[in-house]
Design a protein around this ligand. Structure first.
Ligand code: PRP
Ligand code: URA
Length: 218
């Protein structure tokens, strides 16, 4: 089984096909899954996605002394990364990414999708001053029309950020298409590409409204 499915059409898109992710995603989708379990599953899926999505982190080597001998060993080099959740639901992916990259900083971008126009509306943005020097990991469980992710990455580019990776749990083909047109060089990691968007811009089969399910605001 190929763990990383590399799509021919979307050059920088990676779907992580792993049995652990697949099983957790099945639980996540089910409507009887409550908000506590939903949060735990998003956390666990993000740990597994995050492992793959961080493979571009830069390392250098240093000399260390084991109890047996002196050797060269790698360490994470360069300015620490920034994790940027898209509020609200992206918040549920932050702790998993922080446990993989404990030195990371955390920015926030507040966007909500206007449910009539399906366009993202911004209400908050805060990142470190020297963000242009740091790699960014933008996270949101859902890439539906792609509007929110595209807007978040537009904003980072306006602030001079050069290295951006986007992580999501579910992606719709329509959202991927739009994202790829806007930001073809940005790496995207997802647990699954679903069938389509419905007439309300919801992913099918999907999991419903990620923020509401995560925070119990249904
Ligand atoms: C959801 C989701 C994404 C966005 C995806 O958030 O978490 O941010 O929709 O849709 P798009 O790809 O069509 O832009 P929502 O806007 O519902 O806000 P919330 O997290 O505050 O509920
Ligand atoms: N946002 C969600 O939370 N779910 C969808 O299916 C689409 C957008």
């Amino acid at each position: 089984m190929t763990v990383i499915k590399h799509h021919e059409k979307f050059k920088n898109f990676y779907e992580i096909n792993h049995p652990l992710i697949a099983g957790k995603l099945t639980l996540l989708r089910q409507k009887q899954t409550d908000h506590k379990l939903f949060r735990e599953l998003v956390h666990e899926i993000t740990l597994l996605l995050g492992y793959e999505a961080t493979q571009n982190l830069v390392t250098q080597t240093m000399e260390i002394h084991t109890p047996m001998e002196t050797c060269l060993s790698p360490f994470l080099a360069g300015p620490s990364p920034v994790i940027l959740p898209i509020l609200r639901a992206g918040v549920g992916m932050v702790d998993a990414l922080l446990s993989l990259m404990p030195a990371a900083k955390v920015g926030h971008i507040g966007l909500f999708r206007n449910e009539t126009t399906l366009q993202p509306e911004g209400y908050y943005f805060k990142v470190p001053e020297d963000s242009h020097l740091r790699p960014f990991y933008v996270c949101d469980p859902m890439l539906a029309t792609g509007g929110s992710a595209i807007r978040a990455i537009n904003t980072l580019k306006e602030h001079g950020v050069k290295s951006i990776t986007f992580l999501c749990v579910l992606a719709a083909p329509e959202g991927l298409e739009a994202f790829y047109k806007a930001h073809p060089e940005v790496n995207i990691y997802a647990a699954s590409v679903d069938r389509c968007l419905d007439e309300h811009g919801y992913i099918r089969p999907g999991l419903g409204d990620a923020g509401d399910r995560m925070f119990g605001t249904l």
